[in-house]
Design a binder for this molecule. Structure first.
Ligand SMILES: [Zn+2]
Length: 242
């Protein structure tokens, strides 16, 4: 079963931080809270191990559905190693898995934005569309609140995503559709923005007749346009930014 991409889908017996009543009549109502999986993240002295309910992990993430089921050694042992991932990112992922909330921010603004990108990229690599969509909602909310994007963030996004990525489109639309072309003609941007980002920005800002988005426009934009969904699926009604 494909992992969920809309917020109306919950694992069975979902009682954590939500007032939803589990469907106790279902014979499978405990399926998502049965065995624990051990996930080893990072390498050498920086490796950290996490214990997570296998059903929860498999419900949200297509990668773990495959790795922890079937005939793989990982499935038999109930263990998966993610040597190239960051334990910090996985920590944020684990917190979100159980709460659908994000860990409180730490560090400066640039650091926080980079962590959002890390989480989105982690979701992309491990097929967790609902996490990617939650990050997109959060980015729009933050942008509407602060009305700025750290320039360093653009480079990080472009370094970790492909040309058709929804995250790229979201970031470049937020920056390009709310700013003037002149504001990007600063020498400091020449090195900070990757060439692809400058070309994408140009594609938005060169039109003379365009109307720049206001903060209110951003607050009311349909973030679902930037979500990762299966073909034909959208978030029902307008997406409510948390
Ligand atoms: Zn959506």
């Amino acid at each position: 079963m494909a992992p969920p991409s809309t917020p109306d889908k919950f694992p069975s017996l979902y009682v954590l931080n939500y007032s939803l009543e589990p469907d106790m009549s279902s014979p499978n109502h405990r399926d998502h809270f049965d065995r624990m999986a051990r996930i080893h993240v990072g390498k050498d002295s920086k490796q950290k191990s996490f214990e997570i309910h296998k059903g929860i992990l498999c419900f949200y993430a297509g990668y773990f559905q495959r790795a922890l089921n079937g005939s793989f050694v990982e499935a038999k042992k109930g263990e998966v190693t993610l040597a190239t991932e960051s334990p910090h990112t996985f920590d944020m992922f684990q917190y979100w898995l159980y709460t659908r909330r994000f860990l409180p921010d730490t560090g400066g603004q640039d650091t926080r934005q980079v962590h959002w990108t890390d989480l989105w990229v982690f979701g992309d690599a491990h097929e967790v569309p609902l996490l990617q969509n939650a990050v997109a909602n959060q980015l729009v909310k933050r942008f509407a609140d602060t009305w700025k994007f750290p320039t360093q963030y653009v480079g990080v996004v472009y370094a970790h995503t492909t040309a058709n990525s929804k995250l790229r489109r979201l970031v470049i639309d937020l920056i390009g559709k709310t700013s003037s072309a002149e504001s990007h003609l600063q020498p400091k941007h020449y090195n900070l923005y990757p060439q692809e980002a400058l070309i994408d920005l140009l594609g938005i800002t060169w039109r003379r007749e365009r109307v720049r988005m206001t903060r209110e426009d951003v607050r009311s934009m349909n973030v679902c346009d930037y979500h990762v969904h299966e073909d034909g699926v959208t978030c029902t009604a307008a997406v409510v930014v948390p």
